[in-house]
Design a protein around this ligand. Sequence first.
Ligand SMILES: Nc1ncnc2c1ncn2[C@@H]1O[C@H](COP(=O)(O)OP(=O)(O)O)[C@@H](O)[C@H]1O
Ligand SMILES: [Mg+2]
Length: 276
Amino acid sequence: MSTLDMVRDVLRRDEVFDLLKPDINPNLEVSKDIILYMEDVSVSFDGFKAINDLNLYINDGELRCIIGPNGAGKTTMMDIITGRTKPDSGTVYFGQTMNLLRMTEPEISNAGIGRKFQKPTIFENHTVFENLELSMKGDKGVWATLFATLTGEQRDTIDQVLERIGLLEKAILPAGLLSHGQKQWLEIGMLLMQRPRLLLVDEPVAGMTHQEMEKTGELLTSLAGEHSVVVVEHDMDFVRSIARKVTVLHQGRVLSEGTMDEVQNDERVIEVYLGA
Ligand SMILES: Nc1ncnc2c1ncn2[C@@H]1O[C@H](COP(=O)(O)OP(=O)(O)O)[C@@H](O)[C@H]1O
Ligand SMILES: [Mg+2]
C-alpha cells in the first residue's frame, strides 16, 4: 500500500478528527445565529458613496452568494469586513460582541475571518504541500517554516486539506504547474489552513472550465455548516448551482435578497441587469 493510499484509507474512517474545523474563538458569540452584522454602513471615496447605508446579516453556517453589477460595492464590502477599509459610519460585528471596526486587519484574520482575493497569491516555485505548510497559523517566515519539523497533527491537517481540495496527488508538484482551477483550489486550501470560521471568497470561478466550476461548487457547499461562506460571483449559472440565499448589491446597498428565483424575478433586479 502506498503512503497516499494509506492516507486516503485513514481519512475515510469516520472516527478521524476533522482537523479542518474552524478554530474555536471564545469571544465569538453566535447564540442569535448571526455571525456577521453590517448595519447602516457607508463609505465614500472622493465624495462618491461606494457603500451607502448597507445592511447585511449572515447566518452562522450559511453559504451566501452576493451578486451585483460592476462597481456595486462588493469588493469594498469585503474590504470593510476584513479591516482593509474603515467605513465613515455604521457598525460591523463578528458575532454579537466583536466590533470589527475597532480591530486591525491581522486581528480580524486571527479572530477567524479569512479572505480569498480574486488573483491567486500562491508561491509558484514551492510545492503544493509547501504552499499549505507556509499558510499555517503562526508561521515565522518562509525559511523558518520550511526547515521546521512538522508535528504529526500539522502533517495530518495538510493531508486533510489536500484531500478536501482534491489535490492529494499533486502534493509534491510545484504549484506553478497546476491548472488555473487547481491554483484557485490551492488558494482556498491555504485559507482553510488558517481554520477560519467565516470565509470570504471573491469571484472563485472566473476563468474556470465547466468541470472545474462544478468541483468548486462542491467544495464551497461542503464547507458551509462548519464554516460560514460568503461568495461574490458574476457567473449566474454557478450562483444558481450553489446558492441558497442570494443578495443583490447595487450602488452600495442591498437591492434584493432571497432565493435565486426570487431575485431573478425581482423587477428592480431585472431593471439593473437589463436596463443598463
Ligand atoms: N480605494 C478606492 N478609491 C476610490 N474609489 C474606489 C476605491 N475602491 C473602490 N472604489 C470605487 O467604489 C465603487 C465600488 O467598487 P467595488 O467595491 O470594487 O465594486 P465591485 O466589487 O462590486 O465591482 C467603484 O465605483 C469603485 O471605482
Ligand atoms: Mg469586485
